[in-house]
Design a protein around this ligand. Structure first.
Ligand SMILES: Cc1cc2nc3c(=O)[nH]c(=O)nc-3n(C[C@H](O)[C@H](O)[C@H](O)COP(=O)(O)O)c2cc1C
Length: 218
């Protein structure tokens, strides 16, 4: 009985010390995201009035996992039966992958599991866009089109048109949710494609399209 009590006390201490931070810092570990809230208590018109691209730079302050979870769900999370998503998509096929670059590494958003799958331990934020403010943002979303998901008969150029249109709808979801959460963001086409390809070990049919730094605006 004494041993059990000691074990429980030690377990509580361990959870209090490491329970909330451990998932975000363990190299090689996936991060379980939080469930999205049913309301942000900001109406759509207010979010539209606040929506803008951050031009003043980003502070280095990290955004909470709850906000990151909400933004990813709004971006392209599952909102209906049959795993259908918050953003519309060309041909009804889900082929835009969202990677998340953080200080502690790179992750891939998995909407069905509501988690971030660990990809690499590298901090690539400073190395993937041409504009220097991107590197200081809390997180950087990377939109990658997986053209292999689209019908093989389609021309590559047509697939890329569909990919850009679909990524645009995802981006607007991010913009509006960031506005509602009082976070800054910007859609950025000026990317270092080869660096992203190398860091994410992409196949030739996985095409980096845009990045979106995310954080607190200066
Ligand atoms: C397809 C697309 C690509 C963009 N690429 C960049 C970019 O590479 N760098 C950048 O600073 N802003 C980029 N932007 C953001 C625009 O510059 C911005 O939306 C525009 O200046 C209007 O400002 P606002 O978003 O604050 O209304 C891009 C926007 C879109 C829609």
């Amino acid at each position: 009985m004494k041993k059990l009590r000691l074990f429980l006390v030690l377990l509580c201490v361990f959870i209090m010390c490491f329970g909330t931070v451990y998932p975000a810092f363990a190299a090689g570990a996936d991060i379980k995201l939080e469930n999205h809230p049913n309301s942000l208590h900001v109406d759509l018109m207010s979010a539209l009035m606040q929506r803008q691209s951050t031009r003043s730079g980003f502070t280095s302050q990290k955004i909470p996992v709850s906000d990151l979870s909400t933004i990813l769900w709004a971006a392209n999370g599952i909102n209906r039966k049959n795993n259908q998503r918050t953003a519309p998509t060309a041909l009804g096929k889900y082929f835009i992958d969202i990677y998340v670059a953080a200080n502690e590494g790179v992750y891939k958003y998995n909407p069905a599991g509501n988690l971030l799958k660990w990809v690499s331990a590298s901090n690539i934020k400073t190395n993937i866009g041409t504009q220097p403010d991107i590197g200081t943002a809390s997180h950087v979303l990377i939109f990658v089109a997986d053209l292999r998901v689209l019908p093989p008969v389609m021309e590559r150029a047509a697939k890329l048109d569909m990919a850009n249109g679909t990524a645009g709808t995802i981006a607007e979801n991010v913009y509006l949710t960031a506005a509602a959460l009082k976070l800054g963001t910007r859609l950025v086409a000026s990317i270092k494609e080869n660096n992203i390809r190398e860091a994410l070990q992409l196949n030739k049919d996985e095409v980096p399209l845009y990045i979106m730094p995310l954080g607190y605006s200066k």
